[in-house]
Design a binder for this molecule. Structure first.
Ligand code: F6P
Length: 320
């Protein structure tokens, strides 16, 4: 194997730079040229490539985002775009491709594999909605961001006897909200995977107020409702004054945690090793402490990563 390429696609997340760096470094050590494709599939279709030299990847490990940049690309949803992308890769003599991203990016990777490109996918999305991996890249850093933000809110909330509604990302998945609610000591977590009762939430907030508790935190997954909608609903029921915060894209940025640097580095090295061994058409996942390949077909036809029932149980005891 003489030449491979790597791209980051879809929503960025912290830890993507660790993958790019690892792919480039292990490639260099094996005498393989590694091309970086800028701006995901969009860049691929625009032939936006560069050789990843040591200089280009230096000082990137500690940075959030992706040094190759990312994009969402509607053209890759169409057969014509997928065929064109595969032809470009073949024309450049690229023998293997590493795709780093979430569900949509892995679907693009699968289509390229069907068009004859050997591809390894790496699950990277703060949503943690990808099955066949215990955790996706970027989730740990995003959670640390959410926890930091809510800790700050609790300081100010308790100085004023206020309730805060905090809107958390995750698309249709409530993992980020639930995990953060447990570790922030939130009073309530509203997620798409579980029913909630607004009347009961209001009663509890009222009770807390009457007991003299100084603040309440209600975390809501973006897949359930906007923070504004929930804040409007509870505004008059608690006794607390209510404020809200939409964490938004703040959650996706920032220096990657140790966990995400290590996971990204492991994913990157393993991806090149698998390609060199002729393996592909599959996603690498973390299965307890080990890395495992699962064929794209299986990953993409198994629905979203379910929330661990033990975690729901934990939240049942510790949240609310
Ligand atoms: O998939 C990651 C994610 O951050 C989701 O949590 C969120 O719904 C979406 O991307 C936001 O997308 P965009 O960056 O295109 O606004």
């Amino acid at each position: 194997m003489k030449r491979i390429a790597v791209l980051t696609s879809g929503g960025d997340c912290s830890g993507m730079n660790a993958v790019i760096r690892a792919v480039s470094r292990v490639g260099q050590a094996m005498g393989i040229e590694v091309l970086g494709i800028r701006k995901g599939y969009k860049g691929l279709l625009n032939r936006d490539f560069e050789t990843l030299t040591s200089r280009l990847i230096s000082n990137t490990l500690q940075r959030g985002g992706t040094s190759l940049q990312s994009a969402r690309c509607a053209e890759m949803l169409e057969e014509a775009g997928q065929k064109k992308a595969a032809e470009i890769l073949q024309g450049l003599g690229i023998e293997g491709l590493v795709v780093v991203g979430g569900d949509g990016s892995l679907r693009g990777a699968h289509s390229l594999h069907r068009h004859g490109i050997n591809v390894i996918g790496i699950p990277a999305s703060i949503d943690n909605d990808i099955p066949f991996t215990d955790i996706s890249l970027g989730v740990d850093t995003a959670l640390n961001n959410v926890v930091y933000a809510v800790d700050c809110l609790k300081d100010t909330a308790s100085s004023h006897d206020r309730a805060f509604v905090v809107e958390v990302m995750g698309r249709n998945c409530g993992y980020l909200t639930l995990a953060a609610a447990i570790t922030c000591g939130a009073e309530h977590a509203l997620i798409p995977e579980a029913e909630y009762d607004m009347e009961a939430i209001c009663r509890n907030l009222r009770k807390r107020y009457l007991e003299g508790r100084s603040n309440s935190i209600i975390m809501v997954a973006e897949g359930v409702a906007t923070a504004q909608k929930i804040a409007d609903r509870i505004k008059d029921c608690g006794g607390f004054e209510t404020r809200l915060m939409v964490l938004g894209h703040y959650q996706r940025g920032g220096s990657p945690s140790h966990f995400d640097r290590l996971l990204g580095s492991r994913f990157g090295v393993a991806a090149v090793e698998f390609l060199k061994a002729g393996r592909g058409g599959a996603m690498i996942g973390l299965d307890r402490a080990s890395l495992r390949l699962t064929p794209f077909d299986q990953v993409l036809n198994s629905g979203s990563h379910p929330i661990d029932p033990d975690m729901l149980k934990l939240a049942g005891v510790l949240v609310s």
